[in-house]
Design a protein around this ligand. Structure first.
Ligand SMILES: C[S@@+](CC[C@H](N)C(=O)[O-])C[C@H]1O[C@@H](n2cnc3c(N)ncnc32)[C@H](O)[C@@H]1O
Length: 267
């Protein structure tokens, strides 16, 4: 390995380690009263109260892309606090297995599922995106795949672990400047085929604005500093996201892939 490649690999590993630490901390600090108040206030009534960026539009697009049926099993890759998995189960009757590398996220997800009595149908495991359990019919990864070292390879191996046609629905925040063609090429370098690809950056922008404004309001309204750290973290993150979008350096994509060796025709 060349010196430059070694440095890049090291920098990549450090970045992923920091992201992992960030998630553990943020799930911990947002599990308190202030954090829950914030997540609830920052989501519309028909949206899951998530740490990530999933909106009602994502849930709608996911259900339309994967058509989950009652009794089928879906994988939620990078499930976070479990709200998306619970929402999908309630809407469609399918079973969901959520996987996340952050222990705290899985603890919170299990607590939420038990609270609403769906813990038999919606299960959560600590694990890596690249090593999903088998037996599912389709999968989704909402704003998690970009944290994998080789997202396209993870996508391909997940796809092969599913029943044909191995459909995977993804939302992906990119900071590497992939445009539509480069993005499509990235997927085409694997054994996958793109069924759909949409630039949904304006949705990310709107969501960030709302979360920043709710975080500011919640910080001001609280008389005690308890929970303030979590909200300051949210505010810093959303401010950075809005700046990067404004400079054209951050985009959010929504896409669906299937295995190229299956006969399903594109929608
Ligand atoms: C931005 S959050 C999104 C969470 C959830 N999908 C949502 O929409 O609310 C990204 C999640 O991906 C998880 N994650 C990142 N890299 C992962 C990996 N290699 N394996 C499993 N989970 C991972 C993080 O722990 C975090 O919970």
């Amino acid at each position: 390995m060349s010196g430059r490649a070694l440095i890049e690999t090291g920098a990549d590993a450090i970045t992923r380690w920091i992201a992992r630490l960030y998630f553990e901390v943020s799930y911990r600090v947002l599990a308190g009263t202030a954090g829950r108040e914030f997540l609830h206030a920052a989501s519309d009534r028909d949206e899951p109260a998530v740490h990530g960026y999933a909106t009602a539009l994502d849930i709608q697009a996911l259900v339309e892309a994967l058509h989950p049926l009652r009794g089928e099993t879906l994988l939620d890759l990078g499930c976070g606090n479990g709200e998306v998995a619970i929402t999908i189960h309630r809407r469609t009757g399918c079973r969901v297995i959520g996987i996340d590398a952050a222990r705290r996220a899985v603890t919170e997800a299990r607590r939420r599922a038990a609270n609403v009595g769906v813990q038999r149908s919606v299960r959560f495991l600590v694990g890596d995106l690249g090593s999903p359990p088998t037996g599912a019919s389709a999968a989704y990864a909402l704003d998690s795949l970009m944290f994998a070292r080789r997202p396209a390879h993870v996508l391909a191996s997940v796809s092969h672990s599913l029943e044909p046609p191995g459909r995977v629905f993804v939302t992906f925040v990119d900071h590497r400047g992939l445009d539509r063609r480069a993005f499509a090429r990235l997927i085409e370098g694997t054994e996958l085929r793109l069924e759909s690809l949409d630039d949904v950056t304006p949705e990310l922008d709107a969501r960030s604005r709302k979360r920043a404004s709710v975080a500011r309001r919640t910080i001001r309204a609280r008389r005690s500093p308890a929970g303030g750290l979590g909200l300051l973290l949210v505010l810093a993150e959303e401010t950075a996201v809005m700046q990067l979008i404004r400079r054209g350096r951050l985009r959010r994509w929504r896409f669906t892939t299937i295995r190229a060796d299956t006969s399903s025709s594109p929608s």
